[in-house]
Design a binder for this molecule. Structure first.
Ligand code: CU
Length: 292
């Protein structure tokens, strides 16, 4: 370690290289400080103004308002992790500041050298182990809940991902007179008409994810969740929507030139609205099947 007091003295005298103090003397660091304070304030203001944070996202630490029961669990886990990390941070920062302020070098006598302090070594092995254990417990508990696939979902949606759009099929709602796999909904990549995924609130909705070509990933931002759509390897997950509204879904795995256009709309509606939408689709798709 360099001698802190000598370095600080040289800096205060305006000659970090140890040469004779110049005409500026002690004024130089002060001037430098005066120049940097407005710059730092400006930088902080630009960061605040351009980061796109809303005050309502602050309590969720950047996550959007969850629209599923599973999403709420993700937000709670995220908040808990931050609180735990900050608590650890306060202890570590506190220990650093305490050492910096109260244990500065005062004499040239080296401090008492400590070696093989068994209690301290046990402490810094056991405490991180407990911290990892706590994180592991809550993460595993919540992952088990989020990945749970109860045997009889209320609504099943087969999601087909392909370059560069999506098709949604509702196999339990057959189209009379059609051999297809049920009511289906397609669209076009942005800026065309996006496919619309319609699902009801307060019902368990199972997604079966199928890829028709390359690896995609299915992401509805306010679900706080994404899952890969892999060719030859159907994936599944289930949610219970709790809030109505219209949201945007995305592909979140770089899958080709128009990956960024692979968007879809998500409409979460009441169960009654969902039923009437399904009936209307069965009717119109029967007509178009009959006409073809
Ligand atoms: Cu994709």
């Amino acid at each position: 370690m360099p001698d802190g007091s000598v370095a600080a003295g040289a800096l205060a005298a305006g000659s970090p290289d140890g040469g004779p103090p110049g005409a500026g003397g002690a004024g130089q660091p002060a001037r430098r400080l005066r120049r940097w304070i407005p710059r730092s304030v400006l930088l902080a203001a630009v960061l605040m103004a351009t980061a796109g944070c809303q005050s309502t996202t602050f309590t969720r630490l950047g996550l959007p308002v969850p629209v599923t029961r599973q999403g709420e669990v993700v937000v709670t886990l995220w908040q808990g992790s931050w609180i735990a990390a900050l608590a650890v941070g306060v202890v570590v920062w506190g220990a650093i500041l305490w050492a910096v302020i109260f244990h500065r070098k005062r004499t040239d006598t080296p401090p008492r050298q400590v070696r093989y302090n068994l209690p301290i070594e046990i402490m810094y092995t056991v405490i991180p182990f407990i911290m990892v254990g706590v994180f592991f417990f809550f993460t595993a508990r919540d992952e088990n809940y989020i990945d749970k696939l109860p045997p009889k979902p209320d609504v099943t949606v087969t999601v087909y991902g392909y370059q560069w759009s999506w098709q949604f099929q509702y196999p339990q709602y057959k189209v009379p007179g059609s051999v297809s796999g049920g009511v289906s909904e397609t669209g076009a990549p942005w800026p065309g008409r996006l496919p619309v995924l319609e699902i009801p609130t307060n019902r368990t909705v199972r997604f079966n994810l199928v890829s028709l070509d390359v690896v995609h990933a299915f992401w509805i931002v306010p679900f706080e969740f994404k899952r890969d759509v892999i060719p030859g390897h159907p994936n599944h997950f289930e949610v219970t929507p709790i809030k109505t509204g219209t949201f945007i879904g995305r592909c979140t795995e770089l899958c080709g030139v128009y990956h960024s256009r692979m968007l879809f709309k998500v409409k979460i509606v009441t169960p009654a609205q969902f039923q009437s939408w399904i009936s209307a689709q069965q009717h119109s798709q029967q007509k178009s099947a009959g006409g073809a």
